[in-house]
Design a protein around this ligand. Structure first.
Ligand code: AKB
Length: 314
């Protein structure tokens, strides 16, 4: 049985991952932490502690209090916010990661942190981007993610910390909204489709990016963390993806299921430039071969579920 500390537990991934892990490993065995509390289930359904990830003592003290054997470090700024506040992003994303790795080292704990398609850059092959390839990102977020992958590998080789990671595409969910990402349009579009019947996209037509529905992302985290280490040739971090689409394709799928839906464009140059520097589609063969990664949701199935869930929620 695992005993897991999660940082960033109230964020887009954390709020759902906390609930899934509590169902899987028991509520008392999943310690949710974040910089502040809110009234979500992640706070009320099990142990919750305030943790500032830039304060290593704070993190280690909480980890020791609960005797955790796994650290899942999710607290980070996403790509667009990091681009607007690069120094803050470096300090939070890299400082927080270093502190979380140190916490894992001190407690001899297993470690997970997400990387991203943002770790790739304009000189990376754009289609079917391989697992091992050129990684020269041009965004602060991407620089943080590549450095984070290398640092996580370093902690594995140097200190024997069982570090594992996933290069996530844009994650789509009806539970918690993302904030400050480039792929956020693919979440917002569903909310506005249901509430207003129309959406103005800040990403231009013809811009392909990988995406994944949250249930697949949560399963991927659990499966990777349960995977037999002997089978892992890679660790930090595995390409994973479920679909790749451009704004006009998600709009067409929504219109099929919600007749009358309309989309217009008002391109944001900053987020468009970030999107243009990322792959069109990535290749997840290594994840499939080394630990059996699979995704259940394609664009049509995800759209059906998103629209159904949001009709009840909004
Ligand atoms: C972002 O857009 O910044 C994130 C990501 C792909 O890492 N969703």
């Amino acid at each position: 049985m695992k005993r897991i500390l999660i940082t960033g537990a109230l964020g887009q991934i954390g709020s759902e991952l906390t609930m899934k892990l509590r169902e899987t490993y028991g509520s008392d065995n999943v310690i949710a932490t974040d910089i502040k509390m809110n009234d979500s289930d992640a706070c009320s359904s099990g142990p919750f502690e305030i943790v500032n990830v830039t304060d290593v003592k704070n993190m280690v003290d909480v980890a020791k209090k609960y005797k955790v054997d796994t650290v899942m470090h999710l607290a980070a700024l996403l790509s667009a916010t990091a681009e607007a506040k690069p120094v803050f992003a470096w300090n939070l994303n890299m400082g927080g990661l270093m502190n979380a790795l140190e916490t894992a080292r001190e407690l001899n704990a297993q470690f997970f942190t997400p990387s991203s398609i943002g770790a790739f850059g304009p000189s990376t092959p754009k289609d079917d981007t391989p697992q091992d390839t050129i990684m020269r990102p041009t965004t602060m977020y991407g620089v943080n993610k590549v450095a984070g992958e290398l640092l996580s590998d370093y902690y594995f080789h140097k200190f024997g910390v069982d570090t594992r990671g996933l290069r996530f595409p844009g994650l789509i969910s009806y539970v918690a909204l993302p904030g400050g990402g480039t792929t956020d349009y693919a979440v917002e579009i569903y909310y506005e489709a249901v509430s207003k019947g129309k959406y103005t996209s800040y990403i231009d037509k013809g811009t392909y990016m990988d995406m994944m529905y949250m249930p697949d992302a949560l399963n991927a985290i659990v499966d990777l963390m349960e995977a037999d280490p002997v089978k892992l040739r890679h660790r930090n971090a595995f390409n994973v993806t479920a679909m790749s689409f451009a704004p006009e394709e998600i709009a067409a799928e929504i219109a099929k299921q919600l007749p009358g839906f309309e989309m217009t464009y008002e391109v944001d140059p900053v987020r468009q430039q970030i999107a243009d520097s990322w792959p069109n589609s990535i290749d997840a063969t290594a994840a499939k071969e080394e630990w059996g990664f699979k995704a259940e949701y394609d664009l049509a199935k995800m759209t059906k579920d998103m629209l159904e869930k949001l009709r009840h929620k909004l």
